[in-house]
Design a protein around this ligand. Structure first.
Ligand code: WQD
Length: 344
């Protein structure tokens, strides 16, 4: 079963390509490297011992997309390709709305034109804002997004939902990720933040690698056990497997239009300090960090209620936070080794 993976050279996309192949699917990648790197394809080749079919193209390029759908006979699409930096989206809202909305609209139109039935959409827990009650269920009301990035995720969910309700013929599942982290255990693919990492785990590994002088913990006065924010950190390999499970669920549905939403997390919340302490312990490293001011836009605490994804989609997180932090560190060390060889 041939599956188009938009943004398949990216962090979650590349790990999903591995799990699709492990599950017997035939992934085809489309990526324009706007937030990824060609080196991810080399990493995939080392893990898989063969090249994954790849198109260097922009998901907003209608001509390119039509040509690819004309040539390939897809049974499904996993749509990762999007701008995803929360802070950047506040500074450049039009770039985010144009890119993230247009690509989803074009993809849906192309899927309908070529009769491709199944769409898995990469959404985010950011659509919940700061929930009133925890853990968050799929029925927790979405709150006005804290950023244009988060708003594009909510709007795309609605575009897909309304398209499916109008009779599809697309069936779709939106996966609301909590906090993806870690890397493939091989250390050959992982998170590749462009510039200074916004996310916590790559900032930690770059600090441990000496690339960053010090990690600043954004806020130590929240109403939590140790004053730092709580998140639900999910290993990227577990998250990748959730996409395979979502495709299987879609393919099993007889109706021509089906839409559902799933929280994809571990169901456990950890504070920033707990994550740092776990990183130090499992990797036997002392991290240089200090507590600084709160980061505007951060929610205080959020973690998932995972009954639905466990029981309806038949997926649950298997990897521990410790494994994720070990895998993230292994990846960072390999990255630095590769960079040092290249720079010699
Ligand atoms: C986690 C915690 C920070 C960096 C965002 C998006 C979400 C998804 C993941 C795209 C927070 C703290 C961070 C640092 C810190 N994005 N932190 N020092 O903000 O929960 O989620 O990224 O898919 O949609 O909303 O993730 O990793 O930035 O922050 O203390 O240098 O770590 O304050 O409490 P976030 P994050």
């Amino acid at each position: 079963m041939k599956i188009l993976v938009t943004g398949g050279a990216g962090f979650i996309g590349s790990h999903t390509v591995v799990e699709l192949l492990n599950a017997g699917f035939e992934p085809v990648i489309i990526d324009n490297f706007s937030n990824s790197n060609r080196s991810a394809l080399a990493g995939l080749r080392q893990i898989l011992n063969h090249d994954v079919p790849f198109y260097e193209a922009d998901c907003n390029d209608a001509e390119a997309l039509n040509a690819i759908f004309e040539k390939e006979n897809f049974r499904g699409v996993i749509h990762f390709a999007a701008h995803k930096a929360v802070g950047e989206s506040v500074a450049k809202p039009l770039m985010y709305y144009r890119n993230n909305l247009d690509s989803t609209l074009l993809l849906l139109e192309t899927m309908q034109r070529y009769g491709v039935p199944n769409l898995v959409f990469s959404s985010s827990c950011t659509v919940y804002g700061q929930p009133e009650h925890l853990p968050v269920t799929e029925e927790t009301p979405r709150l006005p997004a804290q950023s244009p990035y988060g708003n594009t995720k909510a709007i795309c969910e609605d575009i897909i939902r309304d398209t499916v309700k109008a009779g599809g013929p697309v069936k779709s599942i939106a996966l609301r990720y909590f906090n993806p982290m870690g890397a493939h255990p091989s250390g050959l693919i992982g998170e590749l933040p462009l510039g200074v990492p916004g996310n916590l785990v790559p900032f930690i590994t770059q600090t441990a690698a000496g690339i960053r002088e010090k990690l600043t913990v954004h806020g130590g006065d929240y109403d939590t056990v140790d004053g730092t924010c709580i998140r639900d950190y999910i290993h990227v390999v577990d998250l990748a497997k959730a996409h395979v499970q979502a495709l299987r669920l879609l393919d099993s549905r007889e109706e021509t239009s089906y839409y559902d939403v799933f929280n994809v997390g571990t169901g456990n919340g950890q504070t920033v300090l707990e994550l740092i302490q776990t990183f130090e312990k499992v990797n036997n490293i002392k991290l240089n960090y200090s507590i600084g001011p709160r980061r505007p836009g951060d929610v205080e605490k959020i973690y998932a209620q995972v009954d639905k994804v466990n029981n309806v989609m038949g997926w649950r997180a298997e990897k521990t936070l410790a494994e994720g932090l070990q895998d993230a560190w292994r990846w960072e060390q390999n990255l630095q080794l590769k960079n040092s060889i290249v720079s010699e």
